[in-house]
Ligand binder design. Structure first.
Ligand SMILES: [Zn+2]
Ligand SMILES: [Zn+2]
Length: 469
């Protein structure tokens, strides 16, 4: 029998091995599988290997996490998981060259989820409630996904929140998805408030702001841009619903691009404090240096809102000191929660303090229940109040108590609750058990007694019969 079993095991194993597909590591030329990211600490480790390939496996809350400036050359798949509350991303110490409209160059710093992207891919990222707010001296661009991109692809990303740069510099800008650069931006969705305040009134800086990209020549396709832009500048403003300034660089570099099938909803409120005022602000691109892209299928609902008072910086709230009403929307097992703030004075509202989705929440009453016995565990079934998933809660098998239990069990005064505690379940089970045992013993005793009496009677009868013969 034993031999037969081991023979069968060998046959089964052989069959299984035959049908299990070879894993990626068995095939020498397959690309290595991406490194899986489950925690904020895993996420931070990208800085140690910025050319690696990564996939996000869990939702992350980045509130207060000191996120470094990463020059990323690998691939990052957000896998549609949430990255919430990124609020402390560092500005890069590294610089890259940027060009203004006169093709003058600037060594510029960057900041974003990735400060710098080079030959990189970023996809399926849900970067919600980003809240970057920097005061900086120098040349600098901020962008939601990347401050700077060179020949990189950004696709299927969603970004919501606020990005603000208060700056003393000559080459400055804020982009919804990308600060400065080139590559492709495809099928992204934004709902962003972008603010750029020039702190230096004496210098005529070059200022850029775009719903997708502040300046550069990215190919943009299928994006849905919701933009609230605010620019207070004392130099030259270049701003657009999609791109602040479309410019191909370096000088004499030729390239055909495209901007197609995008929608822009929103406005840019700005002032350009400059006697030589140009005030570039358009639904598509504020200024186009190089008409080298195909343009089709774009839809704009855009308001160009220029102001002529240069003493007060333009901000989303129009009152001087906002006082906010807060409405907390708690998370469910299916979606994140957040707090909705509305200014009592001017009506400006925004969402903040996002909270990761919670676990399933069982309803108060079980939908059905099987009590545990000494022979088997029981279970209670509940329905999740958010998603109606059936939740099974195991009631552990009862262990017979070694000590006898008082003969009279207390009668419950109230109806038993839906989920009895395990102690209550144990003692009621043991009471019943001991009662049954007592009755059994009593019955056995009675039967034995009856048998003894009957036997004695029979013997008496046989003795009497013998005597009578
Ligand atoms: Zn207000
Ligand atoms: Zn649920």
């Amino acid at each position: 029998m034993k031999q037969l079993l081991s023979f069968l095991t060998i046959i089964m194993a052989a069959l299984l091995l035959k049908y299990v597909p070879a894993s990626a590591s068995d095939t020498p030329d397959a690309a290595p599988s991406p490194k899986e990211i489950y925690t904020v600490s895993d996420m931070l480790s990208i800085a140690d290997d910025p050319s690696g390939s990564y996939i996000l496996m869990a939702d992350l809350d980045m509130k207060g996490v000191a996120w470094p400036a990463i020059t990323f050359t690998g691939s990052f798949d957000g896998n549609q998981h949430l990255i919430l509350n990124l609020d402390t991303a560092a500005v890069s110490e590294e610089t890259r060259v940027t060009y203004d409209g006169n093709r003058k160059i600037y060594d510029t710093h960057f900041c974003g989820l990735f400060a710098i992207l080079e030959h990189a891919t970023v996809e399926n990222v849900r970067l919600l409630n980003i809240d970057l707010n920097h005061t900086f001296t120098g040349d600098c661009f901020l962008g939601g996904i990347a401050g700077y991109a060179s020949e990189s692809n950004i696709r299927n990303c969603e970004i919501t929140g606020r990005i603000r740069l208060d700056i003393t510099g000559h080459m400055i800008g804020v982009g919804g998805i990308l600060g400065y650069g080139n590559g492709t931006v495809q099928n992204c969705r934004t709902e962003l408030t972008l603010v750029n305040i020039d702190l230096d009134k004496s210098y005529r800086d070059e200022q850029f702001l775009g719903g997708v990209c502040a300046a550069g020549y990215p190919d943009i396709e299928g994006c849905e841009i919701n933009l609230s832009g605010f620019i207070s500048d004392h130099g030259y403003v270049h701003s657009g619903g999609l791109v602040g300034m479309y410019i191909i660089y370096p000088k004499r570099f030729e390239r055909d691009g495209y901007i197609k099938n995008n929608t822009v909803d929103g406005f840019i409120t700005f002032f350009e404090d400059n006697t030589n005022r140009r005030a570039y602000c358009e639904a598509r691109c504020g200024e186009i240096m190089d008409w080298k892209f195909k343009d089709s299928g774009n839809v704009y609902h855009f308001k160009r809102d220029e102001r002529y008072t240069y003493t007060v910086n333009l901000l989303p709230h129009s009152c001087e000191t906002p006082v906010y009403d807060e409405v907390v929307l708690p998370p469910t097992c299916k979606d994140y929660g957040y707090t909705y703030y509305t200014c009592k004075a001017c009506g400006y509202s925004y969402k903040d303090a996002y909270v990761l989705p919670c676990d399933h929440q069982p309803g108060e009453e079980p939908t059905s229940m099987v009590l545990a016995t000494t022979d088997a565990e029981g279970y209670a079934l509940y329905e999740c109040i958010y998603c109606q998933t059936e939740l099974r809660i195991v009631l552990p098998q009862l262990i017979p108590s070694p000590t006898p239990v008082p003969t009279i069990a207390p009668t419950p005064t109230t109806a038993p609750t839906a989920v009895p505690t395990s102690a209550a379940r144990d003692s009621s089970g043991n009471n019943r058990q001991w009662m049954l045992l007592s009755i059994g013993l009593l019955l056995l005793f009675v039967i034995l007694l009856v048998r003894v009496i009957l036997r004695q009677r029979r013997m008496h009868k046989q003795a009497a019969d013998l005597r009578n013969r």
